[in-house]
Ligand binder design. Structure first.
Ligand SMILES: *[C@@H]1O[C@H](CO)[C@@H](O)[C@H](O)[C@H]1NC(C)=O
Ligand SMILES: *[C@@H]1O[C@H](CO)[C@@H](O)[C@H](O)[C@H]1NC(C)=O
Ligand SMILES: *[C@@H]1O[C@H](CO)[C@@H](O)[C@H](O)[C@H]1NC(C)=O
Ligand SMILES: *[C@@H]1O[C@H](CO)[C@@H](O)[C@H](O)[C@H]1NC(C)=O
Length: 343
């Protein structure tokens, strides 16, 4: 994966956060760049959930299929060939860039336009959402269309003149009759192809980690090795969920092996540690019928620990004493032998 891909994917994950568990999505992310860079002028990356499935750029001008299933060659009966659509977006972005140039008096420097669009589908096959969004120079969202099957929302944006009634109607009809069915069809085909990866369920493992920090202890709940990425992780004190603002962490992070991890940490003061509290952590995940949980009691463990360390010290003293007695005896014997030889 090139640098640009990685950059796009990061942006992508920052943007798409609302995909719930029990649904799958297909999102295309297009980038159009004007100015001196090492990237192609236009690139499009398409993602099925978190798997990159398509790459297209204006240099090579053909759709490259990616993904994990390499057993069959892809034909357009299986997955609709949308190369023309990618080209269409390219021309649309190119056209817009003239408008932006005029609007901002842009003559030099780098100009970046991003456009994302895609659909979500529930596990039962019902389409759930389609969305398109344009972003200019990473700061402003300009012009967005949301269509959640029952409601159609159009936001003309602030940068350029909004579309008039007729153009809006045309766009809406395109969304409903072309983009949505095409997106859902492609999504279903990709799901079938990549089922071993995106439909797999891997249960999280859960750990409660305690670490000494200045002024107390940091209790961290770590869930790792799970797939898909949606997880509910809750830290509880005496059975009550700890308020989110008391916690740090909480982002889902890729582990690099195709699974995800999440941690949530709580700082517990020394004073609080003296008291008896039960800290526990529960996780619910698509792969689990029941919640997973681990817990730990403060107060009790401290006492436990001090007894344990006292014991350890005693054992150590005994060992040290033993060693020094042994050494003393040995030295004694050695000196005896030495004197014997000399004699
Ligand atoms: C755009 O640039 C031209 C020429 O440099 C200048 O005359 C004009 O005032 C600028 N317009 C804006 C809106 O900055
Ligand atoms: C679609 O959006 C509208 C307005 O935000 C909301 O009232 C409606 O419940 C949504 N429908 C679905 C199916 O999510
Ligand atoms: C690969 O894709 C084909 C065609 O969609 C599908 O029939 C097959 O089960 C997939 N193989 C794996 C290992 O998922
Ligand atoms: C997480 O909690 C929310 C709200 O209670 C629920 O809708 C969702 O299904 C849960 N997700 C998982 C993976 O358990």
């Amino acid at each position: 994966m090139g640098k640009l891909d990685v950059f796009l994917l990061q942006l992508f994950f920052c943007t798409i956060v609302n995909t719930g568990s029990g649904s799958h999505s297909l999102w295309a992310f297009a980038t159009y760049i004007i100015g001196e860079t090492s990237f192609p002028e236009y690139t499009i990356v398409e993602m099925l959930d978190d798997v990159q499935v398509i790459y297209y750029d204006s240099n090579d001008k053909h759709t490259v299929y990616r993904g994990h299933n390499t057993t069959h060659k892809i034909n357009s009966n299986e997955i609709p060939d949308r190369t023309y659509l990618f080209e269409d977006i390219y021309h649309r972005m190119k056209e817009r860039s003239y408008d932006y140039k005029r609007r901002f008096n842009h003559t030099e420097g780098i100009q970046v336009q991003q456009s994302m669009g895609g659909c979500e589908m529930l596990d039962n096959g019902d389409p759930a959402l389609i969305m398109m969004k344009d972003i200019f120079n990473a700061i402003s969202v300009d012009h967005a269309i949301f269509y959640n099957i029952t409601h159609y929302t159009y936001d003309p944006g602030k940068l350029l003149l909004g579309w008039d009634g007729i153009r809006q109607a045309v766009e809406r009809s395109l969304v409903e009759n072309v983009y949505l069915p095409l997106c859902i069809k492609s999504l279903k085909a990709w799901l079938k192809r990549e089922k071993n990866v995106v439909m797999r369920k891997v249960a999280p493992r859960l750990r409660l980690i305690k670490k000494d920090v200045s002024g107390g202890l940091r209790v961290t709940c770590l869930a790792f090795g799970f797939y898909p990425r949606h997880i509910n992780l809750t830290l509880l004190r005496d059975g009550q969920p700890v308020a989110e603002q008391e916690l740090t962490g909480g982002e889902v992070l890729p582990s690099g092996d195709g699974t995800y991890q999440m941690r949530k940490s709580l700082e517990v003061s020394t004073k609080e540690l003296m008291e008896r509290h039960q800290y526990s952590c529960t996780a619910s995940h698509l792969s689990l019928d029941n919640k997973l949980d681990v817990s730990w009691k403060s107060g009790a463990e401290r006492v436990h620990l001090s007894i344990l360390s006292a014991l350890l010290v005693i054992v150590l003293i005994v060992i040290l004493l033993g060693i020094s007695i042994c050494l003393a005896r040995r030295r004694h014997r050695l000196t005896d032998n030495f004197t014997t030889c000399k004699r």
